[in-house]
Ligand binder design. Structure first.
Ligand SMILES: *[C@@H]1O[C@H](CO)[C@@H](O)[C@H](O)[C@H]1NC(C)=O
Ligand SMILES: *[C@@H]1O[C@H](CO)[C@@H](O)[C@H](O)[C@H]1NC(C)=O
Ligand SMILES: *[C@@H]1O[C@H](CO)[C@@H](O)[C@H](O)[C@H]1NC(C)=O
Ligand SMILES: *[C@@H]1O[C@H](CO)[C@@H](O)[C@H](O)[C@H]1NC(C)=O
Ligand SMILES: *[C@@H]1O[C@H](CO)[C@@H](O)[C@H](O)[C@H]1NC(C)=O
Ligand SMILES: *[C@@H]1O[C@H](CO)[C@@H](O)[C@H](O)[C@H]1NC(C)=O
Ligand SMILES: *[C@@H]1O[C@H](CO)[C@@H](O)[C@H](O)[C@H]1NC(C)=O
Length: 385
């Protein structure tokens, strides 16, 4: 019995020893597992945080590129919803470089696509109340940029859509390269806001022909740009080509068109990025060669012809000839006249389909058209949101 007890005891103790051994073995494996696991976790975290840091670094780098270096007080205190990226105060070279870089950096669209309305003006916007009505209720779908003469003193009320939307500007002289500079300045500022997808250039004498929704849909859904471009064989066209522009620019590349363009983001980027053809135009295109009538059309024809409809989306009346288009005053404003512009044109192509809506905007409307326009706009254009 004792023996057996001893035997049992021995068995027990052996079993205990065995169990302890097994336990310690388990424990050993467990500890080993824990250590391994921890190392794994630590390594994973290390790399994660590393990639996170580098992402944060890139973001801050990108941000520092976009942030104004020297914010101009007059322009930066905009109490609006607009992106902080716009309205920056840089010299043209930096501005254009930054604007052309942003497109390749940020491919994806940030937020809802917006239309950039770029107003190239001398001073005040006499038709501003009409535009206010046009934009009313559509915040978040548009951005406004105003390039006015630097000497012009603003008196824009804070409630206005134009408040705080002036960009740092330079004087513009009709028919010279300063006009192109101003347009590129506007494009560059607007490109910095990545949600801007379409870019329309307007003047103080322009009016909208449809309500915001119609204009927005028409532009955002268009596959191509609306930049007037045609080959004019006459003296007023090809006659302005300077053979010294060859070989970079062949006379067969030469185009003419209205400066009042509407472009999509890719073309806007292409325009602010151009460093090759701009200097050639600056050197060889002087009156009677007008840069604002030839530079954009020729550039787009050479670099991206298939992305352009070759027609302007801004109506103007050249029917009387001469070097300036017809101006319209208050006596001209009535439903019949405006509907003629809105729907009365020859059939135009829109995404491959015929449309009678060739134009979304029109010029040149004198300040005294404001009152009759405000009167008929709500019913005719359906301005009320
Ligand atoms: C910016 O505008 C706000 C009102 O919108 C005004 O209270 C504030 O003083 C302005 N800041 C500067 C620096 O002008
Ligand atoms: C921004 O816009 C939204 C509507 O689009 C409006 O509710 C909000 O008050 C605006 N914020 C500022 C700071 O203007
Ligand atoms: C612009 O930036 C300032 C400070 O950098 C910030 O306080 C403000 O909220 C920003 N405004 C918008 C509209 O993002
Ligand atoms: C604009 O305003 C500033 C100061 O308010 C003044 O010194 C300047 O003469 C004004 N310029 C014009 C063109 O009125
Ligand atoms: C201009 O281009 C056309 C067609 O591409 C070509 O036939 C012509 O030789 C070129 N002219 C010159 C001067 O190179
Ligand atoms: C516009 O003109 C270019 C040639 O300059 C041509 O390649 C393009 O197809 C034209 N666009 C349309 C819509 O006809
Ligand atoms: C073009 O017309 C066809 C047939 O009427 C229609 O199905 C299509 O949606 C139209 N495309 C556009 C872009 O309007």
């Amino acid at each position: 019995m004792g023996n057996s007890t001893t035997g049992k005891d021995l068995f027990r103790s052996v079993a205990k020893l065995f169990k302890t051994h097994l336990l310690s073995n388990y424990l050993f494996h467990f500890v080993f597992f824990i250590i391994g696991f921890s190392i794994g976790i630590i390594i994973t975290f290390y790399f994660k945080s590393f990639s996170f840091t580098s992402q944060a670094f890139l973001n801050s780098y990108q941000y520092s590129l976009l942030k104004p270096l020297k914010p101009d007080q007059q322009y930066s205190n905009s109490s609006s919803n607009y992106s902080n990226n716009s309205l920056i105060s840089l010299n043209d070279e930096d501005l254009l470089r930054r604007a052309s870089m942003i497109n390749s950096r940020i491919e994806e669209l940030v937020g809802v696509p917006k239309v950039a309305f770029m107003f190239l003006t001398k001073g005040p916007l006499p038709l501003a109340p009409l535009w206010e009505k046009f934009f009313q209720g559509h915040q978040g779908l548009y951005s406004i940029y105003v390039h006015a003469d630097p000497s012009f003193n603003d008196t824009v009320p804070e409630t206005s859509v134009f408040y705080g939307r002036r960009i740092p500007s330079q004087p513009v002289y009709w028919g010279t390269g300063t006009m192109i500079d101003a347009e590129r300045r506007l494009l560059a500022n607007a490109l910095l806001d990545t949600s801007n997808q379409r870019f329309i250039l307007l003047s103080e004498s322009c009016i909208p022909l449809f309500n915001f929704k119609t204009v927005y849909d028409h532009l955002i859904n268009s596959k191509i740009s609306f930049l007037g471009s045609f080959d004019d064989p006459r003296k007023l066209g090809r006659g302005r080509y300077n053979p010294k522009m060859w070989p970079q620019i062949n006379i067969t590349d030469w185009r003419k068109g209205s400066q009042w363009f509407e472009v999509h983001r890719e073309l806007a980027n292409l325009i602010v990025s151009d460093q090759k053809f701009y200097p050639i135009f600056q050197e060889y295109c002087h009156p009677p060669c007008y840069m604002d009538e030839h530079y954009f059309p020729t550039l787009v024809n050479m670099l991206s012809p298939e992305s352009n409809s070759n027609r302007s989306i801004t109506w103007v009346d050249w029917s009387r000839g001469g070097s300036h288009p017809r101006k319209f005053g208050w006596v001209d404003i009535n439903d019949e006249f405006l509907n003629q512009i809105r729907f009365g044109s020859d059939q135009c192509l829109y995404n491959g389909n015929k449309t009678s809506m060739c134009f979304l905007f029109a010029r040149k409307f004198l300040p005294n058209t404001l009152e009759p326009l405000l009167r008929i706009a709500p019913l005719l254009l359906g301005f009320d949101p």
